[in-house]
Design a binder for this molecule. Structure first.
Ligand code: PAF
Length: 280
């Protein structure tokens, strides 16, 4: 596996692919990450390795998507372990640029579409999605992937990235990937390392509430207000920021639409902010 730190190294890597036989079908899979890789990331990487001739993973803790006071400085960094994980997963190249490599003092900005990015996560974290789109656009331009893999856990991010690809006419397929959970149901996240054992127990109420919501739907209850109230009851021990039911194109729904809905939760457990969702 090649470890690439500069744009030149990445460009050289891409050029050697062109001149070798490793890209007959011209299929490059890309998994952008902020590192501290867990089984969720590994599932994206495995899918990419299976579906493409070459897989490139990036690890870049992107400063522009963190707000003042968020956890940019303390975001978990486990570069050695991450490199091992990527090697074992048959990744071809790992791109690990510095902030100076990715950003310039004066550069054009990209703004996430106002209507869909100021709801939910964007409302709680204004400017967050501008930073996500900005860095992913740069990464797409550098890596030039055929397929790019993103988890459904960050459902609004996934929607905004699909929207960016469509509206900026980018030549890349966004591949949504299933949420990976631990044995108790907690959705895997790099931020789970912040949770104490007691907090981890409390955090389980998030996935429990989503299970209850899905049971309600299976039993024919499609009323958003009633589903949300039942979920809130389950999460009485944690600080719920929002429970929302939206269509796959992120319009708020009063009545859940089967096969076109996502039930979303954001909650704080101690000082750790967690998100989770279920696609129905
Ligand atoms: O989902 C993430 O880990 C990040 O938002 C991403 C897509 C790697 C951009 O920094």
């Amino acid at each position: 596996m090649k470890i690439l730190k500069t744009i030149q190294e990445l460009t050289d890597f891409r050029n050697t692919l062109k001149s070798s036989s490793s890209l007959e079908k011209n299929k490059i899979g890309f998994v952008p990450t902020m590192g501290a890789l867990h089984q969720g990331h590994i599932s994206l990487i495995k899918k990419s390795v299976l579906e493409n001739e070459i897989t490139i993973v990036s690890i870049f803790v992107n400063p522009t998507q963190f707000l003042e006071g968020e956890d940019f400085e303390k975001y978990p960094k486990r570069y050695e372990a991450d490199i091992k994980i990527c090697e074992l997963a048959n990744v071809d190249a790992l791109f690990m640029p510095s902030v100076q490599t990715m950003y310039f003092k004066d550069e054009p900005l990209i703004l996430a579409p106002a209507k869909s990015s100021f709801a939910l996560e964007g409302f709680k974290r204004p400017g967050h999605f501008d930073g996500v789109l900005r860095v992913v656009l740069k990464l797409f331009n550098l890596v030039k992937p055929t397929n790019a893999y993103f988890g459904k856990k960050d459902a609004q991010q996934l929607f905004l990235l699909q929207n960016m690809v469509q509206t900026l006419f980018l030549d890349v397929n966004i591949i949504p990937c299933e949420i990976v959970r631990d044995e108790y149901g907690l959705a895997l996240s790099s931020r789970n390392v912040y949770l104490s054992e007691v907090e981890k127990q409390k955090a389980l109420s998030i996935s429990k509430s989503l299970k209850i919501a899905s049971r309600e739907v299976m039993q024919g209850n499609l009323d958003a207000t009633s589903i949300k109230a039942k979920m809130q009851e389950i999460m009485c021990d944690i600080e719920v920021e929002y429970i929302e039911i939206v269509s796959r194109d992120f319009q708020k729904l009063d009545m859940l639409q089967i096969k076109n809905s996502i039930i979303l939760v954001a909650a704080k457990v101690g000082t750790t902010r967690l998100i989770d969702n279920i696609w129905m």
